[in-house]
Design a binder for this molecule. Structure first.
Ligand code: AHM
Ligand code: MG
Length: 335
C-alpha cells in the first residue's frame, strides 16, 4: 500500500462525484465502517478484555449467543442509528425490527446485518467477520414492519463485509464492482488496497462442510465426488479443499483467488431451508460475488431473485466462480 492510496471516505466522496450517488448512502456507509472499526478493536484484545465465551441467552435462531455477538450487535445499532438516514435496522441477533428512536432523524434506508458471523471461531482466535446489506425503500411508512422489508436481494443498493483476520479489511460494493480496503492502524482509517476485484470464471478449489456428506442431496454429492476424484475422474483435474467455518473468510478467499463455496440444503437442515440466512448472509454475499463476475445460486434459482417470506429465512447457498456454480445448477436440473 502506498501512502497515496485513498482512504475509505475519499473513495466514497470520489464515487459520489463520479456518479452522483446519494449522499445519504455515503453517510450510512461511513457509519457501517465506524462500527466495523469498533468491532475490530473489541476483538483485538481477546481473552485479555474478558469478551470471549458464551452468555446464557439465545438469539432468535435458538443459538447460544457469544458475549461478542451481543457487543458487536450493540456497536452496529449505536453507530448507525445516529446517521439520520435509516428507516430501520434488521439484525441476525434480534427477533424484531429495530425501529430508529424518535430522537434521531429518519431516512429511506434499511440496514440488514450479521454483526459477527462465524462466531464459533471467536474462542479459538480464528477469523470472523461482519456482513451488511442495504436497501432503499421507495416509501417509508411511520412504523416499519417485516412486510415493508421483505424484498428480494436484487433490490440491494450496497452490500459488504468486514473481515477480522491478520489484518482487518472492509470489502464493499455499491453496485459498480467490488473494492477492498485495509484498516491502517496508524491513522485508524480504512485505505483502498483492492480495486475492481474480479473472480476467475473457472476454479480448482471447493469449500463445503464435508462432515454432512451423508445428508447431501444427489446433485451436491455428485459434484463433490467428481471434484474429489481428481485427475482420473470426470473433471480431469485435482481440486483443493478449504473449510474455515467462517463464511466471510471463505468468500474473501473466493473473491481473491476463485473457487466455490457450498452450504447446501441437506436432510438435516431441510425443514429450516438450509443453514445460512437469506438477509444477513446469502443476499449480501451473492451481491458481492455477482458484482465481481461470479454467480450465486440456491441450486435451483439465483439467490438475488429469492422472494423472502420470513425475516430470518434460511436458504441453500452455492456461490463463487461462474463455471462451477453453473455446473452445480445443471446437476440440480438433471436430478
Ligand atoms: P453463524 O451466523 O451462527 O456464525 O453461522 C454462520 C457460519 C458461517 O460463517 C459458516 O460458513 C458456517 O456457519 C459454518 O457452519 P458449520 O458449523 O457447519 O461449519
Ligand atoms: Mg451469521
Amino acid at each position: 500500500m502506498t501512502d497515496t492510496s485513498m482512504t475509505y471516505m475519499q473513495f466514497l466522496l470520489n464515487e459520489r462525484r463520479r456518479s452522483e450517488s446519494d449522499r445519504d448512502l455515503m453517510t450510512l456507509l461511513h457509519g457501517v465502517a465506524t462500527a466495523c472499526k469498533a468491532i475490530s478493536n473489541s476483538l483485538k484484545n481477546g481473552a485479555l478484555a474478558d469478551v470471549l465465551g458464551s452468555l446464557e441467552s439465545e438469539n432468535v435462531q435458538g443459538e447460544t449467543q457469544k458475549k461478542l455477538d451481543v457487543i458487536a450487535n450493540d456497536i452496529f445499532l449505536r453507530r448507525c442509528e445516529f446517521s439520520g438516514v435509516l428507516a430501520a435496522m434488521v439484525s441476525e441477533e434480534l427477533e424484531e425490527i429495530y425501529q430508529i428512536p424518535e430522537r434521531f432523524p429518519k431516512g429511506q434506508y434499511v440496514l440488514f446485518f450479521d454483526p459477527l458471523d462465524g462466531s464459533s471461531n471467536i474462542d479459538i482466535n480464528v477469523s470472523v467477520g461482519s456482513i451488511f446489506s442495504i436497501l432503499r425503500l421507495p416509501e417509508v411508512p411511520d412504523v416499519i414492519t417485516y412486510e415493508t422489508v421483505l424484498r428480494p436481494g436484487v433490490e440491494q443498493v450496497a452490500a459488504g463485509y468486514a473481515l477480522y483476520g491478520p489484518s482487518t479489511m472492509l470489502v464493499l460494493s455499491i453496485g459498480r464492482g467490488v473494492d477492498g480496503f485495509t484498516l491502517d492502524g496508524n491513522i485508524g482509517e480504512f485505505r483502498h488496497t483492492h480495486s475492481s476485484i474480479s473472480i476467475p470464471p473457472e476454479a480448482a478449489e471447493f469449500s463445503i462442510n464435508a462432515s454432512r456428506a451423508q445428508w447431501w442431496e444427489p446433485p451436491v454429492k455428485r459434484y463433490i465426488d467428481d471434484c474429489v476424484a481428481g485427475e482420473n475422474g470426470p473433471r480431469g483435474k485435482y481440486f483443493n479443499m478449504r473449510w474455515i467455518a467462517s463464511m466471510v473468510a471463505e468468500v474473501h478467499r473466493i473473491l481473491l483467488r476463485g473457487g466455490i463455496f457450498l452450504y447446501p440444503i441437506d436432510e438435516r437442515n431441510s425443514d429450516a431451508g438450509g443453514k445460512l440466512r437469506l438477509f444477513y448472509e446469502a443476499n449480501p454475499m451473492a451481491f458481492l460475488i455477482e458484482q465481481a463476475g461470479g454467480a450465486a445460486s440456491t441450486g435451483r434459482e439465483r439467490i438475488l431473485d429469492v422472494q423472502p417470506l420470513t425475516p430470518h429465512q434460511r436458504v441453500p447457498v452455492i456461490l463463487g466462480s461462474r463455471d462451477e456454480v453453473e455446473l452445480v445448477e445443471r446437476l440440480h436440473k438433471e436430478y
